[in-house]
Every structure is written in C-alpha cells, then in structure tokens.
Ligand binder design. Structure first.
Ligand code: FAD
Length: 284
C-alpha cells in the first residue's frame, strides 16, 4: 500500500526524500499518464509519493543582476504570464498542450520528465540555464545540458529535489521559434527549433541555436555558433552550406513511427535553421 505525503515545507519534503524512497509528484500531468492503469482505477505509482506543487518556496520568479530565478514548482501558465520572462517563454508555452494542462504542469516536471519532446528544453539550453538541486545535506548547481543524460535518465539522486532554474541575465531577446507537430498544440513535437540572436552594426554579435525532439538530447553546438560571430548578411550566405554540412553530422534523429522518418525530421531541422539565419538581418 503506497502512502501519499503532503509536506508543509521544502525542508520537510527533503527530509522525506532522505528517509524513504518516494516518487516526487508536481503537476502530475506526466506521471498520472505514465502510471495510469485501467480507466476508473487509481494510477499505480509502486512506491510512496511526495506532493510538491503546493510548496510556496518553489513558486518564485525573481531577477537579480546575475540571473533570473524560476522556482521549479511554477506552472507553465504562471511562466507564460510572467512579465519577467522573455516573449519566447510565452510563445513556446502556448504551443504546449491545453490551458488545463498548462495550469497544472510545472517547469520542474517538464525538465525532470527528461523526454526528448519537452518543449521548454531547447530554450533552456539556448539560454545556458543551470539547475539548483537540493538534498538535506546541501545544494549543487548543474548545467541543464549535463543534467539530462538521455531520455528518461537524469543526474538526480532519489533524495534530491530540483528547486530552481537559473538563467544568466545576459539573455538574448530577439528570437525565432518553430515547433513542428501534427497540430499546433496538444501534440508532441516532431522537431522544434529555437534561435536567439543579437546583431551589432548588421553583424552577428551573438547567436544560439537549439534543436529539440529529434533524439536523445537537445542538440546545440557552441563551436558552430561561435563560427558565425562577426558575420554580416553576405558573409553568412557564403558559409551557410558548409554550416549545414556540419549540423548534418550532429542532428541525428531516430526513426519513430509516431513522428515520421529520421530523414524527414533532419530535413526540417536544417530548413528551420536556414530560415532563421536568413531572416535575422531583416528583423531588427
Ligand atoms: C495531454 C498532454 C499533452 C502534453 N503536451 C505536451 C507538449 O506539447 N509539450 C511538452 O513539453 N509536454 C507536454 N506534456 C507533458 C507534460 O504536461 C509536461 O512535461 C509538464 O511540464 C510536466 O510537469 P508536471 O509538473 O505535470 O510533472 P509531473 O508529472 O508531476 O512529473 C514529471 C516527472 O518529473 C519529476 N519531478 C517533477 N518535479 C520535480 C522536481 N521539482 N524535482 C525532481 N523531480 C521532479 C517527477 O518525479 C516525474 O518523474 C503533455 C502532457 C499531457 C498529459
């Protein structure tokens, strides 16, 4: 018989995680589907559950001169409405599921679900987000790209809780985002792309590109991004073909019956990248 715990504070939740094997349940939008049995029956979690979504300590959105801090328990709906976050958060979140799901689903759950389709993940990679993980004995900070090891596998011990997401305040605000799915929302992405950029005197000062939903992990290459810095429109045109050849090597989708062929999704990714890069000089 499994027990459900409703801790009064983050501290109490950490104590519980320290004392016994518990499944962390935030919004439950992933877990309830994954653990569901037959219709009308309670989901089967197989071990005790600790609820965290009500914990106020996990629900802050704040900014200081170093980073933007997002509590892991903030719902997608709260993030979408926050004036502290860039417009890209709102656009990406509105393409996730339905309002009902977004009211319950948390950003911590989106990250800790470690599904390749997690729609927030490419943006967090592009923004160089780090995660604050706590256990009873201390806190550690880890880059999101190191936290997610492969779908379903993350760098999180059973006694640990993701408490906060930090984003350096040097956020690039100009962006291009596309999610390719069967329908605009309420469907999982076949591929997604976020491009962020900053131009200075018509030359690329900074650019970030992240591809989601195509394989085990989000694809991003700082090396290729750096090779674009300083280029103007004409110079970018010259290197574009070679850049695509380099990305072809690292964008390796898997064939997936539900998502169409790997070749098709690779083609989409390159097309989205091209569209992004060709558009940036016409947008500022
Ligand atoms: C109909 C439907 C449509 C969906 N469409 C999309 C979509 O388009 N795009 C998309 O990205 N997702 C989609 N999802 C998936 C889901 O809604 C999101 O991933 C959501 O953000 C999960 O958050 P949650 O709080 O509900 O997570 P939960 O289900 O509560 O938890 C998910 C996992 O994370 C762990 N966890 C949660 N919080 C923490 C924490 N703070 N510390 C450590 N571990 C934690 C849990 O133990 C569990 O393993 C959809 C789901 C449904 C049911």
């Amino acid at each position: 018989m499994t027990e459900t715990f409703i801790p009064k504070s983050k501290e109490e939740a950490l104590k519980l995680l320290n004392q016994r094997k518990c499944i962390i349940l935030a919004g439950g939008t992933n877990l309830m589907v994954k653990r569901k049995k037959w219709s009308g029956e309670m989901a089967d979690f197989g071990s005790d559950i600790v609820l965290i979504k009500h914990l106020k300590e996990l629900q802050n959105i704040d900014i200081n001169n170093k980073y933007l801090s997002i509590g892991a328990g903030c719902t997608l709906a709260e993030l979408q409405e926050s004036i502290l976050l860039g417009a890209y958060f709102s656009e990406i979140i509105l393409a996730i599921a339905s309002q009902t799901i977004r009211n319950a689903a948390t950003i911590g759950g989106n990250i800790c679900n470690v599904a390749s389709e997690g729609d927030i993940l490419p943006l967090l990679y592009a923004l160089d987000a780090t995660l604050i993980i706590e256990c009873l004995n201390g806190t550690r900070e880890i880059a999101i790209s190191d936290f997610i090891m492969e779908p379903g596998k993350k760098d999180l011990r059973e006694d640990e809780l993701l408490v906060e997401i930090r984003i350096p305040t040097n956020m690039l605000l100009s962006y291009y985002y596309k999610k390719v799915g069967t329908k605009r929302s309420n469907s999982l992405a076949k591929a997604s792309f976020i491009g962020l950029y900053k131009l200075e005197n018509e030359r690329i000062e900074d650019v970030r590109m992240a591809f989601g939903a195509i394989g085990a992990r989000v694809v991003r290459s700082r090396e290729f991004e750096n090779s674009l810095k300083g280029l103007n429109k004409e110079e970018l045109q010259v290197v574009l073909k070679d850049l695509e050849k380099e990305y072809i090597k690292i964008i390796v989708p898997i064939d997936d019956k539900k998502k169409s062929t790997a070749e098709y999704r690779k083609g989409i990714c390159l097309e989205l990248m091209r569209e992004f890069l060709e558009s940036i000089y016409n947008r500022d």
